[in-house]
Design a protein around this ligand. Structure first.
Ligand code: SF4
Length: 120
C-alpha cells in the first residue's frame, strides 16, 4: 500500500511516498536526506510520538508544570501515558529536565518537566 507522509524532522517538510506492499523492502521516495527514509519506515512500521501534558505542583510558586516524554513513545501507549501523567503530582522545587514519571507505561522513557517551579 502506498502512503503519503510529510517528514516532520526539519522545517523543509519533504513530501514522502512510502510503499510498504513488500514489508521486507519498504520503498521511500521524496526524502531529501536519509532521516526522511528512517522517519517514513518508522511511521509505517512502529509509529511513535512525544507526549506532552502538565501535572499539579505542591508547595510551588506555580500551580502546574508542563511535562513531556523525554523521547517519542509508541503511539498505542499515548492514552495510557496520559492517564499516568494525569495521576502524577510533583512537589516543588521542580527544575526543567527533572524526571516526573520514570519509565512511563514500561516504555523505558521518562516523563520530564519542561517548566520550573520554585518552592514557596
Ligand atoms: S527528509 Fe530530510 S530534508 Fe526532508 S524534511 Fe525530512 S529531515 Fe528535512
Amino acid at each position: 500500500m502506498v502512503k503519503q507522509l510529510i517528514c516532520i524532522n526539519c522545517p523543509l517538510g519533504c513530501h514522502l511516498e512510502v510503499d510498504d506492499s513488500d514489508k521486507e523492502n519498504i520503498k521511500v521516495t521524496g526524502n531529501t536526506c536519509p532521516r526522511g527514509k528512517v522517519y517514513a519506515i518508522s511511521e509505517v512500521t512502529a509509529p511513535k510520538r512525544v507526549v506532552t501534558g502538565s501535572v499539579p505542583v505542591a508547595n510551588g510558586d506555580v500551580l502546574r508544570v508542563s511535562v513531556k516524554t523525554a523521547s517519542p513513545i509508541p503511539k498505542e501507549k499515548i492514552f495510557d501515558c496520559l492517564r499516568e501523567i494525569k495521576a502524577t503530582r510533583a512537589v516543588a522545587p521542580v527544575h526543567i529536565g527533572d524526571v516526573i514519571c520514570s519509565n512511563v507505561c514500561n516504555t523505558g522513557v521518562d516523563v520530564v518537566a519542561t517548566r520550573n517551579a520554585n518552592k514557596i
